[in-house]
Design a protein around this ligand. Structure first.
Ligand code: AMP
Length: 418
């Protein structure tokens, strides 16, 4: 029989191997600790949602809708693997009755997201995000708060050299008039614009501002800026966000081209980049206000804001900036039976496990060969077990650092290892 080909991982996804996992754990633990320090509570939502929920939360100009993993389940429902967390978290806020609690609800989530994107370095089809949302308040303090939380988290991870880009895109009161002005500016230039921008000019002119196309680049500088066209409320909000950021000594760059294409995004938008990098490719995270999303999902109008950051990129940068990564052995203690002593070795391991992490080497190799593995594993102690020792319920405890070895009774092992 010909051997069949081994089945490899799906294109665009990857495994996080045990050697990489400690770094991820540092990032996740810090996320949880810092989020809690700001009074955010963890929420877990399913990775599958009705496709319609996601599609209502975006439109076909949004990458996350174009790249949606969309499928029919066995019951004929059209479902999607979530491409981002916000739509689901807002759904859960209403379905779970969180709106009845003191507002705003401050929530965070860490989990996998899925986008059918072209895989490349730093861009995966299954990737992970830290998502932070404050739902149920329109206060500018919250816009600044999620930015401060993101900054504190990235700084804690050694990625404090950041560039924060900030903009306000107004709201349903002031944006329509601005969009007219933007269209009036671009219409005479239409023939010179990229094909994408030509198509978007009437439908979604804001997106012309974040076009990456060289053809569009020369016309941006003179385009009208939304921050010059904010209504009084949006203007006051914008000023307040910046005042709080200033008082937190958070530096930012005003980027008039930082926009979101959908009506339900309002006011503050921001993105974090590693210091020095330019271009959207390298964004570590971003967010802002989405006061119109709840309504777009069919719930009562509810102001909210938040941010999301990609853990794949964050951990990648951590590993290049912090080489001293927490190399911990899989186990502190290795129990090494000499011969056929599986039952006894398991018992000794059980005793040691009360105080230490323990592995048993059940392999029937020579003790010498097994000692070599113990060294490789990086175990701090080896417990050598012989048939004679098993009779008298004793073992040799070897300290792998000092290389000292002594006979210890099983009942004393936990004390000696503690
Ligand atoms: P977005 O929801 O598109 O604003 O993305 C927020 C963050 O998630 C980005 O800044 C990235 O760090 C990360 N991210 C988005 N898409 C991917 C992807 N395909 N692979 C890895 N990280 C991603």
């Amino acid at each position: 029989m010909p051997r069949s080909e081994p089945i490899k991982a799906v294109r665009g996804v990857r495994d996080i191997l045990p050697t990489e996992r400690p770094l991820w754990r540092v990032a996740e633990t810090a996320a949880g600790e810092i989020a809690r320090r700001f009074g955010y509570e963890e929420i877990v939502t399913p990775v599958i949602e009705h496709a319609e929920l996601i599609e209502r939360a975006g439109d076909d100009s949004d990458a996350f809708v174009k790249e949606l993993y969309r499928f029919e389940d066995r019951g004929g429902r059209t479902l999607a693997l979530r491409p981002e967390a916000t739509a689901g978290v807002v759904r859960a806020y209403f379905e779970g009755g969180l709106y009845q609690e003191p507002q705003p609800s401050r929530l965070f989530l860490v989990g996998p997201m899925f986008r059918y994107d072209r895989p490349q370095k730093g861009r995966y089809r299954q990737f992970y995000q830290l998502d932070v949302e404050a739902i149920g308040s329109a206060n500018a303090g919250l816009d600044a708060e999620v930015i401060e939380l993101a900054r504190d988290w990235l700084t804690e991870l050694g990625l404090g050299n950041l560039r924060l880009e900030l903009n306000s895109i107004g709201d349903s009161k002031c944006r329509p008039a601005y969009l007219e002005e933007l269209k009036n500016y671009y219409r005479p230039l239409k023939e010179k614009l990229s094909a994408d921008s030509q198509a978007r000019l009437e439908r979604n002119p804001l997106r012309l501002l974040d076009s990456k196309s060289d053809e569009d680049a020369p016309f941006k500088a003179n385009a009208p800026r939304i921050t010059d066209h904010l209504c009084d409320e949006c203007s006051a909000h914008w000023e307040q966000v910046r005042r709080i950021l200033d008082s937190a000594a958070i530096e930012y760059v005003l980027n008039p081209y930082l926009v979101r294409g959908l009506d339900y995004y309002t006011r503050t938008v921001f993105e974090f980049y590693p210091g020095g990098a330019t271009g959207q490719q390298d964004a570590l995270g971003g967010g802002g206000r989405y006061d119109g999303l709840a309504e777009a999902e069919g719930w009562p109008p509810t102001p909210a804001g938040g941010f999301a950051s990609g853990l794949d990129r964050v951990t990648d940068l951590m590993s290049s900036s912090r080489e001293e990564v927490i190399a911990r052995p899989a186990a502190d203690v290795l129990v090494l039976p000499d011969g056929d002593l599986a039952v006894e070795a398991a018992e000794v391991a059980r005793i040691c496990r009360a105080v230490r992490s323990v592995q048993v080497d059940y392999d029937p190799r020579s003790t010498k060969a097994k000692m070599r593995s113990a060294n490789k594993l990086g175990a701090k102690w080896v417990v050598l077990l012989t048939a004679e020792g098993a009779q008298s319920r004793t073992a040799q405890l070897r300290d792998m650092t000092s290389r000292e070895q002594a006979e210890v009774s099983w009942s004393d092992l936990a004390d000696r290892l503690a």
